[in-house]
Design a protein around this ligand. Structure first.
Ligand SMILES: Nc1ncnc2c1ncn2[C@@H]1O[C@H](COP(=O)(O)OP(=O)(O)O)[C@@H](O)[C@H]1O
Ligand SMILES: [Mg+2]
Length: 223
């Protein structure tokens, strides 16, 4: 069985009586370890779709199954455990806690997952992988936007997730850092065998994926 099955997901938002269908009957099946990209214009529903897979936004209808488990049939505790143990999330906009150092930001998810064994070692290893070992004790305000982004990527790996969801993770990086970050993603996809879904509007980056989807007005199609 596929490790991620998304079935007929629909999500609408209603503002001032006007309804927007952000995701319109989207489905996909992803095998464990696959590297999948989703491209699409701004406003096409990519972030909404990724949030639904990540267990942070419930759909109006449809289902998400991870390892055979129906995510939106779990109770709140089950859903919290799902987010904490199975999902690594790199958000579209900066998401580091400003009052915590890089190291503390990395350790934070392990508070929720309980995966504290060797957490310090993992933090050091991932920060080294993204080229920021010397920034373990820096606060976000002491880092550039690209460096903060790389800390957020390291943090997404701390709980050794099965599914890594990245929402335009290289959007604010210069070309060289973007290439480094992509190489890092490919490496963890290969070495950790984790399934990787990359949302991007850079079609060259999307082309490096083994499977490519396009989102357009909430509709998802494999291309
Ligand atoms: N929380 C929300 N409340 C109301 N409308 C939203 C919300 N989130 C997204 N939308 C709308 O849903 C559509 C899809 O947005 P989004 O998923 O962010 O697209 P993308 O990530 O592809 O830019 C847009 O029309 C957006 O304005
Ligand atoms: Mg978005």
């Amino acid at each position: 069985m596929a490790s991620l099955i998304v079935k007929n997901i629909t999500k609408s938002f209603r503002i001032d009586g006007i309804e927007t269908k952000a995701v319109d009957d989207a489905s996909m099946e992803i095998e464990k370890g696959q590297f999948v990209s989703i491209v699409g214009h701004s406003g096409s529903g990519k972030t909404t779709f990724l949030s639904i897979i990540g267990g942070i936004l419930s759909p109006n209808s449809g289902s998400v199954y991870v390892d055979g488990q129906d995510v939106y049939r779990m109770n709140d505790d089950g859903l919290a455990t799902y987010r904490a143990t199975k999902i690594g999330y790199v958000f579209q906009f900066a998401s580091l806690m400003p009052m915590l150092t890089s190291r503390e930001n990395l350790l934070l998810p392990t508070v929720f997952s309980g995966l504290k064994r060797d957490a310090n070692k993992r933090a050091e290893r991932y920060m080294e992988l993204v080229g920021l070992k010397d920034k373990l004790n820096s606060y976000p305000y002491q880092l550039s936007g690209g460096q903060q982004r790389r800390v957020a990527i390291s943090r997404a790996l701390m709980n050794e997730p099965e599914l890594l969801l990245a929402d335009e993770p290289t959007g604010d990086l210069d070309e060289q850092t973007e290439a480094e970050v992509m190489a890092f993603f490919m490496q963890v996809n290969r070495e950790m065998g984790l399934t990787f879904i990359l949302v991007t509007h850079n079609s060259a980056l999307a082309d490096t994926a083994t499977r490519k989807f396009r989102m357009s007005n909430g509709r998802l199609n494999e291309v």
